[in-house]
Design a protein around this ligand. Structure first.
Ligand code: HSE
Length: 307
């Protein structure tokens, strides 16, 4: 039977001010997935490295996405999905989205690209619902489209790719798990008008900064007055990391997705490495284990390796 291997990348949702509407795709880390076409209507999940993820397809982000896709196909076919997770679940860099997006892109490839990218995002959102309790596309869309995406609306889907200048991304992942569902639960359901005005000014500023290659505007707009003040309490060292990384030359940054990872954007690699050194220094002091990555924006999203 036909089989494909893919790399499915990590993503940074929200990009600080754009809760649920902005996301960017990273060059690293990536999950490795093998997807095989079956001649029977079933979905088999194999977790290669042990992250204790569900193997019941309806409870697995890759499985739930593929089941949604199969609902739209009349043929007697199914898929076997093997997932080697390099993006740790609960890390805040789009682990669940990588599985969901990777599965649908691979399956679509095996089906001769029957579906368009927007359909794939729609299917993969079923996976995000399993993981976080709600459909959101700010990890899935950049994972499938690559680059930076604006999700103007999810019902109906309206995804816009945003061009951006060269940016380096430094990520620190303190090794605590923050479940997206919990990090959403603690958010206030109402916002003050003055905060909303500041937030949408920042979102518009950030998008304009990306399009105009205006690093100063990008830097000024990386501010979140609604979500970060609540969620940052879950992340040890957050305020110090943010302050010292900016002193080291970062344009700005904040919580990656729902955390606990923190990301910072820099204009060049040397600054991104200095920012990494600051993060390492802070987490060594706190005595919390962590991983860091210095990477770039990935313009192609999920990558098909071979058949
Ligand atoms: N926008 C989502 C959130 C992303 O912040 O809850 C989760 O990765």
């Amino acid at each position: 039977m036909k089989e494909v291997k893919i790399y499915s990348p990590a993503t940074v949702a929200n990009i600080v001010c754009g809760f649920d509407v902005l996301g960017m795709c990273l060059a690293e880390p990536c999950d490795v997935m093998h997807v095989k076409l079956l001649a029977e209507k079933k979905v088999v999940i194999n977790n290669i490295n042990n992250h204790q993820l569900p193997t019941d397809a309806s409870q697995n982000t890759a499985g739930a996405s593929i089941l949604a896709m199969l609902d739209d196909i009349n043929d007697e076919i199914g898929f076997e999905i093997s997932i080697e997770k390099n993006i740790k679940p609960g890390s805040g860099i789009g682990s669940s989205a990588a599985s969901a997006a990777g599965a649908v892109v691979a399956a679509n490839h095996l089906l001769g690209n029957k579906f368009g990218n927007e359909d794939l995002v729609r299917y993969a959102m079923f996976g995000e619902k399993v993981a976080s309790g709600v459909k959101h596309a700010d990890n899935i869309a950049p994972c499938i489209y690559g680059g930076i995406t604006l999700i103007r609306s999810i019902f109906p889907l309206d995804i816009v790719s945003i061009p951006a200048p060269q940016l380096y991304v430094t990520v620190v992942h303190p090794q605590i798990e923050v479940r997206t569902s919990d990090a959403r639960q603690i958010l206030r359901k109402e916002v003050l008008l003055k905060d909303a005005i500041r937030q949408w000014g920042n979102i518009a500023g950030l998008v304009a900064g990306f399009i105009k290659n205006d690093y100063e505007l990008i830097s000024r707009s990386l501010e979140d007055v609604i979500i970060e003040p609540v969620r940052s309490m879950l992340i040890p060292g957050f305020d110090e990391v943010k302050l010292k990384c900016k002193e080291a030359g970062a344009l700005g940054g904040g919580i990656s997705g729902s955390g606990p990872s923190i990301f910072m954007l820099s204009k060049n690699e040397a600054t991104a490495r200095s920012v990494e050194a600051v993060m390492i220094n802070i987490y060594n002091k706190i005595e919390l284990t962590y991983h860091t990555y210095v990477t770039t924006i990935n313009d192609h999203g999920v990558k098909i390796i071979n058949e």
